[in-house]
Design a binder for this molecule. Sequence first.
Ligand SMILES: *Cc1c(COP(=O)(O)O)cnc(C)c1O
Length: 425
Amino acid sequence: MSQYRKETLCIQGGYQPKNGEPRVLPIYQSTTYKYDSAEHLGKLFDLQAPGHMYTRISNPTVEAVENKIAALEGGVGAVLLSSGQAANLFSLLNIAQSGDNFISTSSIYGGTVNLFAVTMQKMGIEVRFATPGATDAEIEELFDDRTRAVFGETVANPALDVLDIERFAALAHKHDVPLIIDNTFPTPVLCRPFEFGADIVTHSTTKYMDGHAQVVGGVVVDSGRFDWTKGDKFKELTEPDESYHGVVYTRDFGEAAYITKLRVQLLRDIGAAPSPMSAYLLNLGLETLHLRMERHCENAQIVAEFLEKHEKVSWVNFPGLTSNSQYAMAQKYLPEGSCGVISFGVAGGREAAVRFMDSLKLAAIVVHVADARTCVLHPASTTHRQLTEQQLADAGIGSDLIRMSVGIENVQDILEDITQALDKA
Ligand SMILES: *Cc1c(COP(=O)(O)O)cnc(C)c1O
């Protein structure tokens, strides 16, 4: 199956029914699984036989969707989680413990900033932020012998900075740690970070993957390519896990060591598991991901070019504009388009921005991004309001910034709505 192209994987990846089985992925709405012998179940508990034990850890519907996403990203395995927040937390908690640190670009989603700088800090895991423009030398100064990973977003939400994945992968690998990429905005349809040296990919599947604003979810994907045995940084993977009678993940699971540990240890203990119904709905979204991304990019390009020429718009940020500072980087990593999200400022500042938003009829004001319906948001007063002025500046968010998530409606209708709302701004 993995030899197929992304369009085919979106539709048929992860689930291949055998003779007489349902054509469409069934919802296995069951918490438990039946076994003929206690011995077999014992083997499952010891991780010596494959199979499902309990839906907190794995489930056939969930597994099919995990396999689809792993195939789309080109990884060896994936774990679906109940949210994107859980995915980013798990991706790091799987290889870092109290006393360790990791490096993250500062241009990332506001919820992730809070997770890293507040909650993980309380767990004793320190984040060290590097601005996207930091030089190699400045970033290298942040590493020490307790650094366990480097983290960044392919296309930052909402600053829309495009990460130089190859540069960050080289820096991480020079210090024998993996590069973790949150690939939420481009999705594997537009960018596959493993092809540029990333080791782990995360997503908030809540966004384009589901694409219909129906299910909160997340996923962690393992490339299987990082060598955890090099050096002595990842003892949790290379030494016996006492909670599994001495399983050694790298020895027993090879290239799937990281993703296996994440499932059988973190998901078992912390339990941020998705429901089978959520996985089923996510799968429906994934079936049209390739079609939707194409239209999101096409519409966003037209809207961005329109806004750029409009006299009431003071600036437009969209990596697909030739005038954009990210254009060259986007051409390298996202040649088919970056996403459907645009940010811009309305001339007249914060008040004009609010009048514009309140006058929109087709586009709705919602705390969401990246679904089929066009929507707008003012991050400084909503999703990012917990951030300090400095954190806002580091994340590239001005107080006049409007984030517009361009949907897949008829683009003429979107342009007409924007025009009438700008007239009132
Ligand atoms: C929304 C988002 C998250 C958080 O995901 P949830 O599914 O809302 O928990 C993480 N990273 C990025 C880039 C996001 O856009």
